[in-house]
Design a protein around this ligand. Sequence first.
Ligand code: EPZ
Length: 430
Amino acid sequence: MEQYAIKGGNPLVGEVEIGGAKNAALPILAASLMTDETVYLENIPDVRDTNVLLDAMEGMGVLAKRDERHKAVLNAANINTTDVKDEKLKRIRASYYLVGALLGKYKEASVVLPGGCDIGSRAIDQHIKGFRALGADVRIEFGAIKAKAERLQGSHIYMDVVSVGATINVMMAATLAEGKTIIENAAKEPHVVDLANFLNSMGANIRGAGTDVIRIKGVPRLHGTEYAVIPDQIEAGTFMFAAAITKGDVTVKNVITKHLESITSKLLEIGCEVEEADDCVRVVASKPLRHTQVKTLPYPGFPTDMQPQITVALAMSQGTSIVTESIFENRFKYVDELIRMGANIKVEGNIAVINGMTHYTGASISAPDLRAGAALVLAALAAEGYSTVDDIRYIERGYEDFPQKLQGLGAQIEVIETERDFQKFKLKTG
Ligand code: EPZ
């Protein structure tokens, strides 16, 4: 079983290039099947989640090939099924985007129910409510979500909770419905906007993405397009916090600084220097970190996908900090691992109370999910001594070349498989 071996204690210094956004690439890949014409995509990250989705789409008869590492060409003219059973899809949350895409185009879909990171109960009631409002019959049967409609009719839909997935799914189906759809209380995340821009480039008529009211005028068909996915806000944020946590100096390149505002403002609050240029941001952590309070919120609030990374930083700050998780109820599982590394954190419900300490010490830890896994790696990089991180498959779901990018910043991290590899790593870095 692969693990990361890490020797901590080096400040990370240098430049790192951010890839395409996983959470934008996934719905864009799924939406590519909504036209019979060819779609050319750029900036698709080479991570497990996008690869699983591409494989599943190939299994449905979509011609899907990666021209180069970050480019994909898709043609869905000869899809042979709308019944998607690929067991691998259970492992990725974004499998449910195939429902919106297939329902929009073929007026029917059956897709195995999603899994993804175990960070909370992850209901799909708002997706179902939206599809039903468009006129579909929706059932959960035999572990799959099944949706079918004679015709889809535009509707006025109020989302009871702000949901990225439900907003995206309903937007896809409504694109090919008859008449007008209004989605109120829509999610405003950059990837929602990116999908809307992508669909519009295929001939859709979507206005207001990025605000909480999205208006969609249904069109009869979509055409082929060329499109480049936006940079990954969370990968960028993770490297920005890597600078803070290791007391380093990191320039994060190929970012949209506007998407990073909530992250930048928290870094400034805890005492880092942040310099922004057109498409890069530099984070310098030369002073001791200060405590703060943070609550995760839908965009433009502080992202839940950055909650573990800021918690790792605050555990090494001066004073008492409070982190409130308001999106997912089960997103503090990694705290037990941090405590084993010396952190002083008490979790009660969705609130973590953190009493700052001076430094982590290395330990054998496990990644419980994607973002927490990345955050634990950052803690290990700041820690005194050696650590191993297990279950790195979670991290590989969403971070491309994570150890290599960290090595480029001076981190001592390697993928190992055996105890012997670990001993070799120790000899090399000792
Ligand atoms: C997306 O998940 C992301 N995943 C998550 O990223 C991210 O954490 C999350 O949005 C929030 O930003 C993808 O884009 C593939 P939601 P999603 O629907 O769409 C509740 C990562 O690390 N809810 O916005 O599943 C839900 O329980 C992953 O990259 C309902 O009640 O999130 C949660 O409390 C992890 N009913 C809240 O809404 C519904 O029908 C937000 O969920 C849908 C959601």
